[in-house]
Design a protein around this ligand. Structure first.
Ligand code: NAD
Length: 520
């Protein structure tokens, strides 16, 4: 039953009358239908033109509280649904995602600005998490030990937590939510997603597809909003766990607040990802892979390589010379033009912030080799563009090195030895991703063993773990103990229960025993 009588979505056969493509105020997806009610709203931009394209409704505390209650009501039936049936919803969902990929990528392009080929890549990585979730009957089998004592068997089972929530960033409108909710749902939880208010539509479309896949109403809900909605989720006693992905200051706030109210929490934060270029590396390969890893998605990826640490001046000079040439060929512009390598930044404010970092590097003594400021691609002069930027002679004292830029800016640091390069990485506040380019197995092995970073590549610039591993950084790139998705995702969204059971045979009599039971 839909308890949201005072809200606007009329219930029809499909549960909603509008579709995400027809709205100009992006609302919420609650109890199986689109809900447009809002007291506050905020502009959503088309970043390639700089124009406002629509508005997004911002949920207030009262709305969030109602959604939690509805999700809580849906929980018992979903928890008790056989796991194979929950997995079947995921199989169908995967099929629908593939069939509707173009529409989803279009929504991502409109609001985020990333080029269609990049949006397709994001979606594919997200779908792989749905594929992993389809294996729930296997990974939820639990653990069993027969005869742990006389007539005693023991097993551990993994039970869902209840209502859980996810807060996601603007830069992966589909993939990061897909890191979270397929796993949470297939494990038997009900999920409330609060997407970024800058890219709110993809999440609603995912919700529509999940409904089409057969998910019961109330199991997956989307509330769009800002800090008010997040705080309402953080403080609601019926929300059992919070998954967060976003910037480090907010990740830390979420983690501290959630855990202080007794919730389980994983909060993934920002990054500064270094690539070490050893003198024996294949420099042409390095340059090709650095281009995509630094400038793909305008550098708005938490795994973007933003610092190249060259071992020796000879390596640095060669890499810079080749990069400079290649960077002249890079194209940026509108998301629908597949010829483009990357798109705009997310907002005007973010564009100005990225340009201010470039300026600060210059003021602190770095050399701007390729300057992407004042980028105005033809026909999109008012968009939020920064062109590809290369900065040499960067040092660890510079603000542009210490902080995350999150733009198409690659900085080069020159050091004399690999030890010096590793010291830089290990002393940096972030520890999300890193990579070493080398042909030397011994150096690579030393690097992977000793670098203080959660996700490490050897000649792989973006070592984003596949869906059957788990994703997370070290240091201030992750607050919490469990990584996102994969095996850690199963553990995060379930609670272990261990049962020890005896069915005594008629011959065995229980005797009084006051010492700790043992099997001597
Ligand atoms: P953000 O921290 O500004 O926002 C993330 C989410 O938090 C959004 O849903 C937003 O509405 C909410 N939020 C923002 N301010 C809040 C506040 N004061 N209180 C409560 N909630 C708040 O991040 P963003 O700009 O959307 O995304 C970019 C950041 O995310 C970068 O730092 C990037 O490195 C990081 N990121 C990290 C990963 C990872 O896996 N480690 C992945 C993607 C992005």
């Amino acid at each position: 039953m839909n308890n949201l009588e005072n809200f606007s979505p009329a219930s029809s056969d499909t549960g909603f009358t509008e579709t995400i493509e027809t709205v100009d105020v992006v609302g919420h997806f609650i109890q199986g239908g689109l809900v447009a009610k809002t007291t506050r709203k905020q502009a959503v931009y088309h970043p390639a033109t700089g124009q406002v394209s629509k508005q997004v409704a911002l949920a207030d505390t009262a709305l969030v509280n109602q959604v939690v209650e509805l999700a809580q009501q849906a929980f018992p039936e979903w928890r008790d649904t056989p796991v194979i049936k929950r997995a079947r919803v995921m199989f169908k969902f995967k099929q629908l995602l593939e069939e509707n990929a173009d529409k989803l990528c279009e929504l991502i392009g409109q609001e985020h600005g990333k080029i269609c080929h990049d949006a397709k890549g994001e979606l594919q990585r997200g779908i792989e998490n749905v594929e992993y979730a389809c294996g729930a009957p296997e990974f939820l089998k639990g653990e069993f030990s027969k005869n742990v004592g006389p007539d005693i068997d023991s097993w551990s089972e993994f039970q869902p937590l209840g209502v859980v929530a996810g807060i996601t960033p603007f830069n992966f409108p589909a993939m990061v939510p897909l890191w979270m909710f397929p796993m949470a749902i297939v494990c038997g939880n009900c999920f409330i997603l609060k997407p970024s208010e800058k890219t709110p539509s993809a999440a609603l479309y995912l919700a529509e597809l999940l409904k089409q896949a057969g998910l019961p109403d109330g199991v997956f809900n989307v509330v769009n909003g800002d800090k008010e909605a997040v705080d309402a989720l953080l403080h609601h006693p019926k929300v059992q766990a919070m998954s967060f992905v976003g910037s480090t200051p907010i990740a830390e706030y979420i983690y501290r607040t959630a855990t202080s109210t007794g919730k389980r929490c994983q909060a993934l934060g920002g990054a500064k990802n270094h690539a070490i270029i050893m003198p024996d590396a294949d420099i042409d390969n390095v340059v090709n892979s650095l281009l995509g890893a630094a400038f793909g998605s305008s550098g708005e990826r938490c795994m973007a390589l933003s610092v190249a640490v060259a071992i020796g001046d000879e390596v640095a000079d060669l890499v810079i010379e080749k990069l400079k040439l290649e960077m002249q060929q890079l194209k940026y512009g509108h998301y629908a033009d597949e010829q483009n390598d990357f798109g705009p930044l997310i907002t005007q404010a973010h564009k100005e912030k990225v340009e201010a970092f470039i300026q600060s590097a210059e003021q602190q003594g770095a050399k701007i080799v390729v300057d992407g400021r004042n980028a105005k691609p033809l026909g999109y002069e008012t968009g939020f563009f920064v062109g590809p930027t290369l900065i040499d002679q960067v040092s660890s004292e510079m603000v542009s090195y210490q902080q995350e830029i999150f733009g198409p800016v690659l900085q080069v640091i020159r050091v004399a030895t690999m030890q010096e390069a590793m010291q830089l990485i290990n002393e940096h506040e972030y520890g999300n991703g890193t990579c070493i380019y080398t042909r030397d197995g011994e150096a690579a092995r030393y690097f992977t063993s000793h670098v203080q970073v959660g996700m490490v590549g050897v000649n792989v610039p973006l070592p984003v773990p596949v869906a059957y591993h788990s994703f997370g950084g070290w240091k201030r790139s992750l607050f919490g103990d469990l990584y996102a998705y994969g095996p850690d995702g199963v553990r995060f969204y379930t609670r272990r229960k261990t049962i020890t059971q005896r069915w005594p045979s008629a011959q065995i009599r229980e005797c009084k025993q006051f010492a700790m039971p043992t099997l001597n």
